[in-house]
Design a protein around this ligand. Sequence first.
Ligand code: CUA
Length: 371
Amino acid sequence: SVLAAGLAATLLTGCQQSNQLITFGDMSSSYNREVFWMSVWAIALSIIIFVGVSWALFYTVAKFREDRHDAPPAQFHGNNRLEVILVAVPVVIVVLLSVLTVRSMARLNPTPTNAAKIDVLAKQFWWNFSYPAATAEAGGTVSNGNEMIMPTNARVALSITSGDVVHGFWAPNIGGQRHALPSVIKTWNVDTERPGVYQGNCTQLCGASHANMRYKVIALEPARFDAFLSAARAYRAPTPAEGSAEARGYTLFMQGKTATGALACAACHRVQGTPAAGAAGPDLSFFGTRRTLGAGMWEGDKAREMLPEWIKHSPKVKPGSLMPTYDGSEYLVDGKVQRGGRLTDEEIGDITAYLRSLKLPEEADYWRGTP
Ligand code: CUA
């Protein structure tokens, strides 16, 4: 019971990771509420059993101590009533727990037809979240790297898969954990009643940057979520003014221009409304709206500061990153030495400027109003 008390304290208090919540027993999620009450039942029954067995043990030891008896106690064999009780009590407990479990599963598992749907793709070492019901006017499906936007007060049906090894989807505030397995789609329902920003982590050791495989869940009130989704549907990446840094960045992004002929950004990344349709890396359509960089490695100002470093040599700042280097340095892919491309600092600055211009309209900025 000391263990149970400690566990309960941990579950209920949670902890703050930067300024966003990561709480293991967030009661805003119906999954967490079900699990909490199941645990209360299981712990309560365990305490009853513990007390009963302890009492029987001490009673027997005390009552039948040898020095209290001159003769051996009465010897008997078999006691039908006692045996029936000893079988019936555990059966009742197991049946009770099974009924409660099945009831919780029946409440949590069915996906309502009007649920918001999000496809989750896990890869070494980042996430992509796409909205299968939201087809972009510019073509393709609305999607976003490393920042998952979901509505509050609604079940959100996730379809979780992996593009390489086994990963784990886990954002405790919205409920539960699911493996992301290659060539398997796992479905999972999450929900929360409270708008906010929640931390998500990969929970399966998946390589050098497992610990750097994080994401944010941004839960918006349904009206704001709908505004986000419809703006995201209509979104076309802005066309940079001719002669601007953004325009030079756009050209580099789409065509690449490295002495060694390294891949252009567009070969691996998608930007909605442009020819960039790569799927080997996270979707960058709303990169300017995003606050995190490197799958949650940096946030806010630090993320802005790190962006040029990231483009220059992402495997140096994030171990195991599969993005090529653009400062000519060597990096490893599957144990093989690769030499990246080469971009000047000015060119990296231009690409940075272009990426920061990829912003959703103000009313769809899902970070607005968050800490
Ligand atoms: Cu992906 Cu750990």
